[in-house]
Design a protein around this ligand. Structure first.
Ligand SMILES: Cc1cc2nc3c(=O)[nH]c(=O)nc-3n(C[C@H](O)[C@H](O)[C@H](O)COP(=O)(O)O)c2cc1C
Length: 352
């Protein structure tokens, strides 16, 4: 029996649950072809940043003030065009080419603060052919301490605003810093088509050469998605209608199965593709199929029916009652030269 690995992510029908997360790989034609042939369900293009869009808006405004279209382009415009290698115009070209070229959904990504006219640019991305838009929300480091509800309101308003501008799906990539993620997810229902849990900001570092601050995207530790299972399960329990993509540290086919069991409809993967190449996608999809077959399931829909139920208050109480009264397998912690056998709390029982 063929195994059905298709999934729905919002209104997108994906041929497989693996989405390639926003990163420069998806901006390269050869990589895109390899990712598609490895079985990716969708790709997210690297982000276009708020600052790039604001620069583009300024340039448009500046052009509009030119008296005749034949007038030589002033130096300032030329400099703007040359200064930014990956500017908004070249991003629109990228969206256009990538969307025309691959058979799977191409999701454009914007990254910035949840307010301002720069969000209107989403209409351009839609017109350029993006299947959907992912909004990676960057919270500005402001001098004052905003009330968490102010922050939430700005996100909900921005998402509402974008959803009124575009007709294609909008996905919101959230960081981990929200006070009540489930509440926010609930408020975003029917405004966003789905959430990505969790986005990651570029890391700041200090150069020992010139003492300047530098920022770059770091790779995640394989398996570090485990720290997101609880949040994914909670959000899924509170807002089951909200489509979810898990992201951040999916490093094996077991991680892939677990995020789908936790409540995600798709698994977003970036670092693993950098580490192991696009073929890792095909290998995980094979393993996912084998896993389903071994457990007599023919589709991801059947896997969803096997999700553990957790995180209503009653479920949590029942979980602890059971955990405290049962004798779990000891777990082993391996350090440099010995193996520690611990109980569930990490108390060392034996050391070898
Ligand atoms: C080299 C690189 C570039 C990235 N660029 C972006 C980006 O432009 N926009 C964005 O939202 N996330 C970006 N990310 C973050 C990834 O999309 C993803 O959220 C993060 O790496 C966690 O997933 P992973 O553990 O599978 O790598 C980048 C990550 C890497 C490693």
């Amino acid at each position: 029996m063929p195994i059905d690995l298709t999934t729905e992510y919002g209104t997108l029908h994906l041929r497989s649950p693996i989405i390639i997360g926003a990163c420069p790989l998806t901006a390269q034609e050869m990589s895109r072809i390899a990712l598609v042939s490895a079985g990716a369900g969708a790709i997210v293009l690297p982000s276009l940043f708020e600052e790039q869009i604001r620069t583009w808006n300024q340039k448009q405004g500046f052009r509009a003030t030119l008296s005749t279209p034949n007038e030589p382009v002033p130096k300032q415009v030329k400099q703007l065009r040359n200064a930014v290698i990956h500017d908004a115009d070249s991003y629109l070209d990228l969206v256009k080419h990538a969307s025309a070229e691959v058979s799977i959904p191409v999701i454009a990504s914007i990254n910035g603060a949840p307010h301002g006219n720069w969000l209107d640019f989403t209409k351009r991305l839609e017109s350029a052919g993006a299947t959907a838009i992912e909004f990676n929300i960057r919270l500005a480091a402001t001098r004052h301490c905003p009330d968490p509800s102010e922050v939430e309101n700005s996100i909900v308003d921005a998402v509402q605003k974008i959803s009124e501008i575009i007709a294609i799906p909008l996905f919101v990539k959230l960081g981990r810093q929200y006070t009540s993620l489930s509440h926010l997810a609930h408020r975003l229902l029917f405004k966003a088509q789905g959430l990505v849990l969790f986005g990651q900001a570029p890391e700041f570092d200090i150069s020992l050469e010139n003492f300047q601050v530098v920022s770059r995207w770091g790779f995640s530790e394989p398996g570090s998605i485990a720290s997101s299972f609880e949040s994914i399960m909670r959000v899924h329990a509170i807002a089951p209608e909200m489509p979810l993509a898990a992201s951040g540290g999916i490093g094996s086919s077991s991680d892939l199965v677990k995020v789908l069991l936790a409540g995600a409809d798709a698994a977003m993967v970036t670092s693993a593709v950098y580490r192991d190449g696009p073929d890792i996608i095909a290998s995980w999809l094979d393993s996912l199929g084998i896993f389903l077959e071994r457990h007599d399931m023919g589709s991801l829909k059947e896997l969803r029916n096997r999700r553990p139920k957790l995180f209503s208050d009653e479920d949590i109480r029942a979980f602890y009652v059971k955990a405290l009264s049962s004798q779990p397998d000891p777990y082993l912690i391996r350090s440099a030269n010995r193996t520690l056998e611990c109980d569930r709390w990490g108390h060392i029982k034996t050391s070898k």
